[in-house]
Design a protein around this ligand. Structure first.
Ligand code: ZN
Length: 272
């Protein structure tokens, strides 16, 4: 059963969304294809990819969180920044999927045999900041943006003028656990992204609406400044069992109450 929804974004880019509304991106060049992230590991992602392209496919994991690496085992070649290995090791433990099962009805229906085991990260190939992947007429440049996790990367698809921010910069960036940066370190990363603004027109993400307007980056930089000066709304919120603070007041649906996109949810020790 194909449980994935696919959506063609351009001649070279397809969004694949899984049963829990987490998406990954398939980039197809003349010679080969690249799957950016691998969703949660529920259902046969490789089969879905094979329906979309016959070209050789490799996978890139933007970071080590369980909702981005669940289907990695189905791919022979998988790249991930080595700085993400400790994150991956923690997130490939069963408790993350167990917690998700409690919140998500669709996930509870899955039989054990339809759930992919996590890949051994020893087989992953490293990626470094600035590394380029030539797919044949389509180039992906990897940009390291430490913050949410220490080695999280944003793929910039040069010819498409598209960047995938993923969890690195979005509507509720989590700076929450032992692997996340402080707000000032994160602000430096965003400064680097800002220098690349002339190279992309579209921002895609892996959750929620899956995209954001270009102002997002400025709004998240502004959040850093507000937190660092103690002028943010500092609203207590719980996320994944962590006691965090939202930089901006929230509406009932979790978006910013002022209608703008771009927010940070941080633990108190990160507010430096
Ligand atoms: Zn994440």
């Amino acid at each position: 059963m194909n449980i994935f929804k696919t959506e063609r974004l351009s001649d070279h880019l397809i969004r694949i969304t899984d049963i829990a509304q987490v998406c990954c991106y398939l980039v197809i060049g003349k010679e080969r294809a690249c799957l950016i992230d691998t969703c949660l590991g529920y259902g046969n992602l490789l089969e879905c990819v094979r329906e979309l392209t016959e070209k050789p496919v490799f996978a890139i994991l933007t970071h080590g969180h369980y909702d981005h690496n669940g289907g990695a085992i189905q791919f022979d070649t998988v790249y991930m920044n080595v700085k993400e290995l400790p994150v991956y090791k923690k997130h490939s433990q069963p408790q993350w999927r167990e917690a998700l099962k409690k919140q998500n009805k669709a996930i509870r229906k899955f039989q054990e045999e339809e759930i992919m085991p996590y890949a051994e990260p020893t087989g992953f190939l490293p990626i470094h900041d600035g590394q380029c992947f030539d797919l044949g007429g389509i180039t992906i440049r990897m940009i390291e943006v430490p913050g949410h996790t220490p080695g999280i990367m944003c793929p910039l698809i040069l010819e498409e003028r598209t960047i995938i921010f993923g969890d690195a910069c979005g509507v509720g960036v989590l700076l929450f656990d032992e692997f996340s940066s402080t707000v000032s370190e994160y602000k430096n990363s965003l400064g680097k992204l800002k220098t690349l603004e002339g190279e992309y027109d579209r921002i895609y993400r892996n959750h929620g609406t899956f995209w954001s307007p270009k102002e997002l980056l400025d709004h998240v930089i502004e959040c850093c400044d507000l937190i660092l000066s103690g002028k943010d709304d500092h609203v207590p919120v719980m996320e994944h069992g962590y006691k965090l603070f939202s930089a901006h007041k929230l509406s009932e649906d979790g978006s910013r109450a002022d209608g703008k996109e771009g927010n940070i949810k941080y633990s108190l020790e990160k507010a430096v």
